[in-house]
Design a protein around this ligand. Structure first.
Ligand SMILES: Nc1ncnc2c1ncn2[C@@H]1O[C@H](COP(=O)(O)OP(=O)(O)OP(=O)(O)O)[C@@H](O)[C@H]1O
Ligand SMILES: [Mg+2]
Length: 183
């Protein structure tokens, strides 16, 4: 995968498949400590210890449509190529938290990519799931919370194209703001 936003989308798809009702996505960029990290936390079905130990293996999947699961192994490969790592915490019946850490300045760190479009797609395609997206850049941050959005929208659905576009613009505008105008 060429971009970290696509990994985020992919890891969030795992959460959706696990039946999550709330998915929290946090991106943290700390230049001083040279850290780029993201966390995807869900309240889905979770994994037992046996599966948890095996998920780093590309041949492990509970998918029935094909026999290889590559999402997590590819994520690990991308993070480790920069000297980073991936940590997975999971509990059956509670949920899963996956945290990928990269060296921010490493030449092989994939770019974040179009996270605004990724959030737009995942939110509009899953209007019944609550998402919280938070992005920290140095001292600045912003949050997009679909529960707040739903409260404002009333009867208007998150799957409405105009709302989806608003989500994308909201994320892009706030990214420009926290990046200090130059993204
Ligand atoms: N958030 C999660 N909650 C519960 N189980 C999970 C979660 N994430 C991953 N898993 C389990 O780990 C397995 C491996 O995940 P991985 O993303 O590596 O592959 P996959 O989703 O099966 O296939 P692919 O990502 O290639 O479409 C999944 O099939 C699923 O059983
Ligand atoms: Mg997957």
């Amino acid at each position: 995968m060429q971009e970290i936003s696509l990994h985020i989308l992919d890891i969030a798809q795992n959460s959706i498949r696990a039946g999550a009702k709330l998915i929290e996505i946090t991106v943290t960029e700390n230049l001083k400590e040279d850290v780029f990290s993201f966390t995807v936390k869900d309240d889905g079905c979770g994994m037992d210890e046996e599966l948890l130990k095996k998920v780093t293996d590309p041949f492990v999947t509970t998918r029935t449509t094909r026999r290889v699961g590559l999402g997590i192994p590819l994520l690990i490969a991308g993070a480790e190529a920069t000297g980073g790592n991936v940590k997975i915490k999971s509990k059956v019946g509670v949920g899963t938290e996956i945290c990928a850490t990269y060296s921010h300045s490493h030449i092989d760190r994939q770019p974040l990519g179009d996270i605004a479009s990724c959030m737009m797609s995942v939110i509009s395609m899953n209007p019944d799931i609550d998402f919280i997206y938070t992005h920290f850049y140095e001292q600045k941050s912003f949050t997009l919370e679909t529960r707040e959005l739903k409260a404002v929208l009333g009867d208007v659905k998150l799957s409405e194209p105009s709302v989806a576009l608003w989500v994308k613009e909201y994320v892009n505008e706030n990214l420009t703001e926290i990046y200090g105008g130059a993204s």
